[in-house]
Ligand binder design. Structure first.
Ligand code: NCD
Length: 307
């Protein structure tokens, strides 16, 4: 199959066939991670710039790891300590780095649509590494890969996403991706953090947490996106934990072989009870490893190396 996309901006732009192809490519490339020397020459001579205007640990470092395994050169740019602090715009930053030979930009920005804007005007490949509350397509892809690996299929599964759905780009891209691949998505959380049925992208909105959890194949907890709230949407994190935190008792409502997921960073004691830290149902660290594989796949597919 030919991959006809120049950018990865939003999961909604991908067909189920595109997604399957990305997941297959990632699953194949994952083998490289197990080699004693995990390095291949596929992207030698390519330059990838990681532009992060918001904090990140997993996404930024897994992109860097992916690029380096594929032998691409990398620029790791964080807004702090750069000329952004002197007033340089995102576009000027991108054009200047492009003048140094950048082939692909990975962009995280607090403004929804920033990577889309750069993709339109910069004339280089762009991957969205999270734009505001809007989209986080590579997170959705790594989540799909993790579930596909564990369950063998995505179609027909019940996926429960719990927490701050309304302000979460992980939820928006996750709902879209899981639905595209034939899963049923249920969302629950405090009413102030839930989308209306019209805004729920086809997910079933449950005001009762138990309804989302009962019989679920996948339970994904999300962090409260406090930085994106204008005002307090919940009295306290302790209260949040009591009412919506996933603990062993609540997880027992899901299928016995359910997968427990979280995109990180986890606030233990808030969205997940510490008693689940070493739970065998947790695939949280496997999500992280799959993040490297998915990002390797996207770099290869966009930069035209052969896998
Ligand atoms: C998420 C993000 O930044 O959107 N983290 C991630 O990329 N793995 C989730 C979050 O910050 O809560």
């Amino acid at each position: 199959m030919e991959f006809r996309h120049h950018h990865i901006l939003d999961i909604s732009a991908l067909t189920p066939e595109d997604i399957s192809y990305i997941l297959e490519t990632a699953a194949n490339l994952k083998e490289i991670l197990t080699r004693p020397i995990p390095k291949v020459p596929t992207l030698r001579g390519k330059l990838v710039a990681h532009l992060f205007f918001e904090p990140s640990t997993r996404t930024r470092l897994s992109f860097e790891r992916a690029a380096k395994i594929l032998s691409a050169d990398v620029f790791n740019f964080t807004a702090r300590m750069s000329s952004v602090e002197k007033g340089e715009t995102l576009l000027d930053t991108v054009l200047n780095l492009k003048a140094m030979g950048v082939d692909l930009f990975v962009i995280r920005h607090s403004m929804a649509g920033a990577p889309h804007f750069i993709a339109q005007v910069a004339g280089t490949r762009v991957i969205n590494a999270g734009d505001g509350f809007h989209a986080h397509p590579t997170q959705a892809l790594l989540d799909l890969l993790t579930v596909k690996e564990k369950k063998g299929t995505l179609a027909g599964l019940k996926v429960a996403i719990i927490g701050d759905i309304r302000h979460s780009r992980v939820a928006h891209s996750g709902i879209c991706g899981f639905k595209k691949m034939g899963a049923e998505v249920y969302v629950s959380g405090p009413a102030t953090m839930l989308p209306s049925a019209r805004e729920a992208l086809g997910a079933k909105v449950c005001y009762r947490l138990e309804e989302a959890l009962e019989g679920a194949d996948v339970v994904m907890a999300l962090r409260v996106q406090k930085e994106r709230h204008g005002k307090d949407l919940f009295p306290s994190l302790r209260e949040y934990a009591r009412q919506f935190g996933i603990n062993a008792e609540r997880l027992a409502l899901a299928k016995p072989d359910c997968l427990l997921m979280h995109p990180g960073p986890v606030n233990w004691g808030v969205e997940l009870h510490p008693e689940l830290e070493n739970d065998p149902r947790s695939v949280i660290l496997e999500q992280v490893t799959n993040g490297v594989a998915v990002r390797m796949a996207l770099l290869v597919l966009l930069l035209g190396g052969t896998a």
